[in-house]
Design a binder for this molecule. Structure first.
Ligand code: HEM
Length: 88
């Protein structure tokens, strides 16, 4: 916590889609879930389904009650920008 945060475009989010560099958005918030892989009770493959994407739907289908905001507080990167801003 305490770090600076910034808005993340869906394009930027999509670049982080591997086990060694993985971001996922849930309910408008983007997290770096790379350090969490080894702790996920549902395993790596399940977590990878949301890699580089908005995983809100998958997340809520399986465990809507899980408090991701407190669990991944230190992994928070920034807000998901719904519509990427066109460059130039
Ligand atoms: C289980 C956290 C993303 C699939 C769990 C559990 C936690 C957790 C705490 C245990 C829940 C319980 O026993 O009540 C997270 C966090 C996520 C995340 C923090 C986001 C960073 C996902 C995604 C999927 C997924 C994207 C894909 C569908 C599962 C499954 C289980 C599970 C299938 C059940 C494992 C079992 O009980 O056999 N997750 N999860 N999770 N998660 Fe996730």
């Amino acid at each position: 916590t305490g770090g600076r945060s910034f808005d993340v475009t869906t394009e930027e989010l999509a670049k982080h889609n591997t086990v060694n560099n993985c971001w996922m958005a849930v309910r408008g918030k983007v997290y770096n879930i790379t350090p969490y892989f080894e702790y996920h009770p549902g395993g790596v493959d399940e977590l990878m389904k949301g890699a580089g994407k908005d995983g809100t739907q998958l997340f809520d289908e399986v465990h809507k009650w899980v408090n991701i905001e407190s669990m991944l507080e230190s992994c928070y990167i920034g807000k998901l920008k719904a519509t990427p801003v066109p460059v130039e």
